[in-house]
Design a binder for this molecule. Structure first.
Ligand code: UDX
Length: 464
């Protein structure tokens, strides 16, 4: 009798339960499944419910015989718009999830565990199971490297900040000596060394050296010099991004854009975009976590209306912390040129020819989605990694203007005009160049394409 064929490698994937994390780890999953890997995707009950209601990814994944969701109940489900709330979430996770993960690792013949690298306790959960852990980080290499260098910045006396001047230069993050300022460091660097989130994120980032490898949603031509700094500490890195574009490039189906949204998309904005002239519209979105005050809402709104540009603005149900009445003149200006939605099909929007610029919080997924479509950016980073991303957008990639730490109607109006009129050609040209590099990276033979193949082969070798 023929011996039983060996079972395919089985990968356990575990994202942090937030849109920007679940979204990109689902894309990783969709890239791994066609290679014949079996995958168990661990997800909170709330996110699982939203995925099954709002997306096609749920049924697409379930059509693979080797795929299954493993739903975890009892995870914190509140908002996460401050360091404190994020900490609450991160702190509550190990108790609920560690026994589940450990059990899966011991009972389900797992070959490799790909954990969201923001959850260092995954290493503890895997301890003694013999299953190699790879960390996947949803942030840019530049933000990861800044997080990684925090202990060095403490040693050099750069942290905690002495005095209040946020413009002061930081010269002790290798590879960024020429342009980094205090205000570009991750937002939690501003809150002092005793801040729990600061300590948590610093520790977990250093713990990446304990993982078998690091997977990043970026590409070599975008962040090569920073990646070589990281590689001195973490030799085994797989850069396989931009994931959404990689997925499209490998997809055999006709559907080119696959939404993984945890919120219901309002697709009516595409009809509205269809009626606008090419490159005329400013798309405005602050991602899934950021919140703003009513004053900030008003300043943005005046800035947008006064810029005279048509605008498509995502105002999530929970975007504004306290909700007051919008002045009538703004309602008028919005009726003339604006379109508001609660949640947009963002990848479709950014790919639309009518979109001329993106006012963004520079969450890493949003930044990459803009890079891929060559859409210039007006950056208004909210927290964490975003302060670093916006600095790179302006001074390294030259894809837009960083207006961090200001929120004033005049400045919004001027920067929108600067990006969409005054320096339009400059940004459109650098956007086009960068978009080409992104495309090359995920095309057959490109760096991300090869790295994904290497990742798949390495996982297969683990089970051999
Ligand atoms: C957060 C962090 O900010 C981010 O830097 C980190 O990498 C992941 O976690 P978030 O703030 O939500 O995520 O921003 P971002 O990373 O940009 O992710 C938002 C995602 O939601 C993007 O993929 C975007 O396409 C999608 N989105 C956003 C929509 O589909 N519709 C919208 O209306 C707004």
């Amino acid at each position: 009798m023929d011996p039983k064929p060996p079972s395919p490698p089985h990968v356990l994937i575990f994202p942090f339960p937030a849109q920007g994390h679940v979204n990109s780890m689902l894309k990783l999953t969709e890239l791994l499944l066609p290679a014949g890997l079996h995958i168990t995707f661990v997800i909170s009950a709330k996110d699982h419910d939203r995925l099954s209601r709002f997306t096609t990814v749920h049924s697409r994944l379930n059509s693979y015989p080797g795929f299954r969701f493993h739903v975890i109940h009892g995870i914190y489900e509140g908002t996460m718009d401050t360091d404190e709330k994020l900490t609450l979430m991160i702190d509550s996770m190990p108790k609920v999830t560690t026994p589940v993960i450990r059990n899966l690792l011991l009972e389900s013949k797992v070959t490799c565990f790909i954990a969201d690298g923001i959850m260092g306790f995954s290493l503890d959960a895997a301890e003694g199971t013999g299953v190699p852990v790879m960390f996947f980080r949803t942030i840019s290499a530049c933000a990861f490297w800044a997080y990684f260098c925090i202990p060095d910045l403490i040693n050099s006396g750069d942290l905690p900040f002495q005095g209040t001047n946020l413009d002061e230069r930081i010269v002790n993050v290798k590879g960024m000596e020429e342009f980094l300022r205090r205000q570009d460091l991750p937002s939690f660097c501003r809150s002092g060394l005793n801040n729990h989130f600061f300590q948590e994120i610093t520790t977990v980032t250093r713990r990446t050296t304990e993982a078998h490898a690091l997977i990043l949603n970026t590409f070599d031509n975008l962040e090569g010099s920073i990646l070589s700094q990281i590689q001195k500490h973490i030799p085994n890195i797989y850069t396989i991004g931009p994931l959404h574009s990689h997925l499209k490039s490998r997809s055999t189906s006709q559907s080119t854009i696959s939404s993984n949204s945890l919120f219901e998309e309002d697709k009516s904005c595409i009809d509205w975009l269809n009626q606008q002239p090419p490159k005329s519209v400013l798309y405005v979105s602050f991602g899934s976590l950021a919140t703003i005050t009513n004053d900030q809402l008003t300043e943005f709104w005046y800035g947008l209306v006064n810029s005279g540009k048509p605008f498509l603005w995502v105002i999530r149900e929970d975007l504004v912390r306290e909700n007051n009445k919008v002045p009538c003149e703004l309602e008028e200006g919005t009726k003339e040129r604006g379109y508001l939605v609660g949640w947009a099909p963002q990848e479709l929007v950014l790919a639309h020819p009518a979109v001329g610029a993106f006012l963004t919080h520079n969450g890493w997924n949003s930044t990459l989605e803009s890079v891929v479509e060559g859409v210039p950016m007006v950056s208004w980073p909210f927290f964490a990694d975003q302060q670093m991303n916006s600095r790179f957008v302006e001074v390294v990639w030259k894809l837009g203007v960083d207006m961090k730490d200001t929120c004033d109607r005049g400045i919004v109006e001027n920067i929108v005009k600067e990006v969409m009129e005054v320096r339009k050609d400059e940004f459109v040209n650098s956007g086009r160049r960068m978009a080409e590099l992104a495309k090359e990276a995920v095309s057959s033979g490109g760096s991300s394409y090869r790295n994904l193949d290497r990742l798949i082969q390495d996982i297969k070798l683990m089970s051999a």
